[in-house]
Design a protein around this ligand. Structure first.
Ligand SMILES: *Cc1c(COP(=O)(O)O)cnc(C)c1O
Length: 423
């Protein structure tokens, strides 16, 4: 099946007389005829459901659809994108381990890694994604367990050189994890460029309607855990909490990583997506292949309009020919990048605030990547405690406005931007 067809058909095929839509299995628990049968589930000897803290059929249907879209072998839904980022790394690394991450990542991911996961004893090295090969090479340590980057960074809008980073990671026997939230599997499939694991904040384009917070992890099935058994004892030696199962032996490269994340991390941390949210996410996925090209078309038009306007100081959008990532974006995302633009208006922080207050259609919201056009001024909201100097050091210009272009008629959006700029 092609991507458009997978958006609609993958993950669930009703049998004779079954519901056309994926069923919402709104149940905490599942009934069995005998204790012996349930024991087999607990020992992972048989597939099945027993408690929704670990697994739920609705979630698994939707995860299977996203896995199909990414070209992976297994997937799982999480309660949020943050939970997906955390699980994806924590499934491989623990106290005493080290992870290399691109510094151009979502702010919430940076906090998770730099503050919270450091407190758990995991060390992180953050590298400029366009650092030299020597710098990248020098960052690896014997205890490096994962490498992490973002296809298109939120909000920096830099484009990650997946192929280069995957080669470096593999040369050291380490998998590459890519957050593919902004590009979506419609525009980029990181596994085709060597990434091993993909994560999403499904809260953004995959849902796409501002309805449900969620996350997803997909495994490519390509990383050979047994070939690097010393590095990944959690996957390659018996798990005492599961009666001595060795995930990589029992489930192979195709299933070991997601089975371990489900059996251990979901069991112990319980960050599962509600089945109702998974149902809503699936509705969004059904139209993903139709929505994404329109987001990109609209954003391209808005970016071109802003670049030509005398009151606009600068525009960052990888779809603009002058953008430093234009060529790389064409390589990884020939059909378009995303619907998010950042720009500055002349007059700095105050001009940005007054421009935004004059917008009538574009809404001020802490969200991106959905049907509604929205704007955010980080300097007066998410980063408001910082001085202008601190903002610049953090890579957020005081006049930066993040514009997430929605699915409205783009002429209405451009007219709205125009009247607010004129004002
Ligand atoms: C929003 C976002 C996240 C975090 O996702 P939540 O669903 O808000 O927890 C992670 N990565 C990227 C790129 C994001 O945009």
């Amino acid at each position: 099946m092609r991507q458009e067809t997978k958006c609609i058909q993958a993950g669930y095929t009703p049998k004779n007389g079954e519901s056309r839509m994926i069923p919402i299995i709104q149940s905490t628990t599942f009934k069995y005829d005998s204790s012996q049968e349930m024991a087999k589930l607990f020992d992972l000897e048989k597939e099945g459901y027993f408690y929704t803290r670990l697994q739920n059929p609705t979630n698994d249907m939707v995860a299977a659809k996203i896995a199909a879209l990414e070209g992976g072998t297994a997937g799982m839904l999480t309660s949020s994108g943050q939970a997906a980022s955390f699980f994806s790394v924590f499934n491989l690394a623990g106290a005493g381990d080290h992870v290399i991450s691109s510094s151009a990542i979502y702010g919430g991911t940076y906090n998770l890694f730099h503050v919270t996961m450091r407190r758990m004893g995991i060390d992180f090295t953050f590298l400029d994604p366009d650092c030299s090969d020597e710098e990248l090479e020098a960052a690896f340590r014997p205890n490096t367990k994962a490498v992490f980057g973002e296809t298109i960074a939120n909000p920096a809008l830099t484009v990650f050189d997946i192929e280069r980073w995957a080669k470096a990671a593999h040369a050291h026997g380490v998998p590459l994890i890519v957050d593919n939230t902004f590009a979506t599997p419609i525009n980029c499939r990181p596994f085709e460029w060597g990434a091993d694991i993909v994560i999403h904040s499904t809260t953004k384009y995959l849902d796409g309607h501002d309805a449900a917070v969620g996350g997803c992890i997909v495994d490519s099935g390509n990383f050979d855990w047994m070939a690097h058994a010393d590095k990944y004892p959690g996957l390659t030696t018996p798990d005492e909490s599961y009666h001595g199962i060795t995930y990589a032996e029992r489930f192979g490269n195709a299933g070991a990583y997601i089975t371990k994340a489900t059996a251990q991390l979901m069991r112990d941390l319980g960050s599962i997506q509600a089945p109702m949210n998974a149902f809503l996410l699936n509705l969004g996925l059904e139209s993903l292949a139709v929505r994404i090209p329109r987001h990109c078309e609209n954003a391209q038009r808005a970016a071109e309009f802003l670049s030509g306007h005398s009151k606009v100081a600068w525009v960052t959008y990888p779809g603009l020919p002058g953008n430093p990532y234009y060529e790389r974006a064409k390589k990884y995302m020939p059909d378009g990048t995303c619907g998010v633009i950042s720009f500055g208006v002349k007059g700095g922080r105050e001009a940005a605030e007054s421009f935004m207050s004059r917008l009538k259609i574009a809404m001020i919201a802490t969200h991106v990547a959905d049907a509604h056009t929205c704007v955010l001024h980080p300097a007066s909201s998410t980063h408001r405690q910082m001085t202008d100097e601190e903002l610049l050091a953090a890579g957020v210009a005081p006049d930066l406005i993040r514009l997430s272009v929605g699915l409205e008629n783009i002429d209405d959006i451009i007219e709205d931007l125009a009247q607010a700029l004129e004002g």
